[in-house]
Design a binder for this molecule. Sequence first.
Ligand SMILES: Nc1ncnc2c1ncn2[C@@H]1O[C@H](COP(=O)(O)OP(=O)(O)OP(=O)(O)O)[C@@H](O)[C@H]1O
Ligand SMILES: [Mg+2]
Length: 367
Amino acid sequence: MSRPAEPIARPPAVLAVDGLDVTVSGGVRAVRGATFTLGRGEAVGLVGESGSGKSLTCRSVLGVLPTGCEVSAGRITLGAPGTEPGTGPGSRAELTAFTRTQWDAVRGRRIGAVFQDPASYLNPSLTVGRQLTEQLRVGAGLSRSEAHTRAVELFTAVGLHRPEEVFHQYPHELSGGMLQRVLIAIAVSCSPELLIADEATTALDVVIQAEILELLQRLRAERGLALLLVTHDLAVVAESCDRVLVMYAGEIVEDGPTAEVLAAPAHPYTEALLRVASIGAWGRRELDIIPGRPPETGAELPGCRFADRCAHAVARCTEGPVALHSLDGGRRARCLRPAGPLDEAPTPDAAGSGETPETAVAEGASV
Ligand SMILES: Nc1ncnc2c1ncn2[C@@H]1O[C@H](COP(=O)(O)OP(=O)(O)OP(=O)(O)O)[C@@H](O)[C@H]1O
Ligand SMILES: [Mg+2]
């Protein structure tokens, strides 16, 4: 990178993930050394092909990993460095050392979450109003009537028309978009510091999708909450995220301010994602059109996990581990190329279209 080194001002961290490993199926490493931070009020996009470890990373932060999956290494800290340890708002809590009781004090209160399928996170036999008021009574300690008033305010804030009417409805009586608004109301009801949205708009049609994203942005601005947004859509990242984290085969391979990463990706995988984006078709399957396949989950490789799909790979790439290098402008990339010149020709078996990085970037820049 030829840009001059400049200190990058970031808000104090709300979340710090350091060296996170998640194993599945009795020891298979599905997330490998994930290290990143989220600043107060920042929106960070998490992108990567299906199976790259995005949801396991989010679920680790929420303490809700599926059965058979566990955090096997690393630390997750909620709250800014230097603040008092504890579970209360604004304090510093090491989530990876949490007991069940400590989780109850934080999940749903300091960290909210919304997922792809809102119906499965709501109780079909209770009205949505009741589900929100229960959260407000338990999580925020409100009385029954305070919780009712607050619930109607929250339903209004998330853009539900006739909130009093919605209050008395059951999940099956509401559309997917309305259910997602209900879930967002529940997620932000206790004024969390962090909101995790794991493909929260994927199942919705494009108009509703745009409205929900706008709602998340508005809530972030109004409430100063940090947003971790998992998506397959780089256009969403371009529009709504301050920073982007790119995951590939369990590892974070690139991290940096969105505008700069999308204008000039430092990792060939990000470059490939942008090339796919420039074709104009979005969605889960489109990411699969990058030539080749990711390694099996848990496969232990000596070097870069992207090397056999990379047009720029040289022998050194597969000889030893490639670290996530710090670059100028608060960026990081797990690649030898931006960290210093590669003095070898690409390996003949390296995959890719033969395109130069410059063409790929130019195409990608149209995202
Ligand atoms: N409950 C589970 N049991 C076994 N393996 C799992 C489980 N959950 C996830 N995995 C494996 O861990 C890897 C990462 O999964 P994860 O769900 O985090 O991917 P993802 O990036 O969120 O993908 P997608 O974009 O499809 O949601 C995948 O290989 C997946 O098969
Ligand atoms: Mg997922």
